[in-house]
Design a protein around this ligand. Structure first.
Ligand code: ARG
Length: 456
């Protein structure tokens, strides 16, 4: 039965019902709706709307409902109720009769849905937090295994300077840590309880909203009823935090897709996260990583969706806001499964050190070292840069690495070059010289890793 109807003489059309009903989406707020209802029963009992016996009968019936329905989504959706709030109320009335009809006193679905959704956001944020930490853990483990594997670092996807594989892992740890802090920040801001705001003007019953907020685990009540029922910043912020984090996961996926190509062959992905081709027997495709990269698109779409839905809404509640949930749920689901998948992929990554090293040796990734060597011999950097450019051109023509050029050919470009140049051109030297906070020297990566390991 609908929660309204007295004012109507005609029936809602079947099409309108289908269009208007939100149960197929908001059934996911069942637990939160029951939780909010139990707290509301106490609140209205405290101002005499319910006597102690009525209050405990209502609460017992709500708890019973929670157990009965549990995770049986089909039972909720199949009920045909308009939304999750109607579902819970009608079930309550089925259980306790007319007493169930008292629960909605002083409450509106507007403050109810705002409260349910914030409770859902808080619970989801804590699930995502655990998953983010698991990916960080997987990156730290991989960094530990491959700390000193040398590989080329890229700019413009051109080999630039050698870095260690551990350094690459820790770069993504930094990004995911920022994702964590964005999540914590968004969760702290949404930690205010809208219940008691009524439809828009505040409930007419003198309930203690501080106590109600505390009962539901919120830090405090919201302070303006118009804002409380029409605020969806928390949806926007969670979607935004997810979008940024998915951007990071997508970049990490893209790096690994490249590392996994036959051309680079820096890593091999495990069989459990790859698939084959129906036609080409030799293929082992990085589907898990491609899907992570792909799902970032719809997570961005959901962010733009909610921003656009909200942008011109007048105060206070408007039905447009019912559109907030589908994108949010999809975002949190996508983010969560991508985090799980990223952790699983990272667990199975095998680095082919011979290939990463060989690639680092090619491509003149040590050219900066030669320039720095000239600088140490008193040549201004800009001039040194030019000289080394000419040396590289010459080496390319000969088809050899810088360190393979005989001393006489090097000296043809600059007389200051001596035999002592060769040690400067080794990969080990290139790495060892980046011994600065945040640099790729093995020592630095070791201490960065140890610091993170102590944290997680
Ligand atoms: N299903 C609605 C939503 O998700 C609940 C609030 C309905 N409020 C109302 N006044 N019709 O937004």
């Amino acid at each position: 039965m609908a929660l309204w109807g007295g004012r109507f003489q005609g029936q809602a059309s079947a099409l309108f019902q289908l269009f208007n009903d939100s149960l197929p989406v908001d059934y996911r707020l069942f637990v939160q709706d029951v939780e909010g209802s139990i707290a509301w029963a106490d609140a209205i009992a405290s101002v005499g709307v319910l006597n102690a016996d009525e209050c405990s009968r209502l609460k017992a019936a709500l708890s019973e409902l929670l157990l009965e329905v549990g995770e049986d989504e089909a039972a909720i959706i199949g009920s045909g109720a308009e939304d999750i709030h109607s579902f819970v109320e009608s079930k309550l009335i089925e259980k306790v009769g007319d007493l169930g009809k008292k629960l909605h006193t002083g409450r509106s679905r507007n403050d109810q849905v705002a409260t349910d959704l914030k409770l859902w956001c808080k619970a989801s944020a804590s699930v995502i937090e655990t998953k983010l930490k698991a990916v960080i853990g997987a990156l730290l483990a991989l960094a530990g295994r491959e700390l000193d594997a040398v590989m080329p670092g890229y700019t413009h996807l051109q080999r630039a300077q050698p870095v260690t594989f551990g350094h690459w892992c820790l770069a993504y740890v930094e990004m995911l840590e920022r994702d964590l802090s964005r999540l914590t920040d968004a969760t702290a801001r949404l930690n205010t309880c809208p219940l008691g705001s009524g439809a828009l003007a505040g409930t007419a019953y003198a309930i203690d909203r501080h106590a109600l907020a505390a009962a539901l685990g919120f830090a405090r009540p919201t302070l303006n009823s118009l804002d409380a029922v029409s605020d969806r910043d928390h949806v926007v912020e969670l979607c935004a935090a997810a979008a940024v984090s998915m951007m990071h996961l997508s970049r990490m996926a893209e790096d690994m897709i490249f590392f996994n190509t036959g051309e680079a062959a820096f890593i091999e992905l495990a069989d459990n996260v790859t698939s084959g081709s129906s036609l080409m027997p030799q293929k082992k495709n990085p589907d898990a990583l491609e899907l992570i990269r792909g799902k970032s698109g719809r997570v961005y779409g959901n962010l733009v969706g909610i921003l656009t839905t909200m942008k011109a809404l007048p105060l206070a509640y408007n039905k447009d806001m019912q559109e907030d949930k589908e994108g949010l749920f999809d975002t949190v689901d996508s983010w969560g499964i991508c985090l799980d998948m990223a952790a699983l992929v990272l667990e199975g990554v095998k680095v082919n050190r011979a290939n990463t090293r060989q690639a680092a040796e090619q491509g003149y990734a040590n050219a900066t070292e030669l320039a720095d060597y000239l600088v140490a011999k008193g040549i201004p950097f800009r001039e040194a840069h030019h000289i080394v450019g000419e040396v590289v051109l010459h080496a390319i023509a000969k088809g050899v690495a810088l360190e393979a050029l005989p001393i006489e050919s090097l000296q043809a470009f600059s007389a200051v070059i001596g035999e002592d140049v060769y040690p400067h051109l080794s990969l080990e030297q290139c790495l060892a010289k980046r011994d600065v906070l945040g640099g790729t020297a093995i020592k630095q990566v070791q201490s960065a890793l140890a610091a993170k390991q102590a944290q997680y």
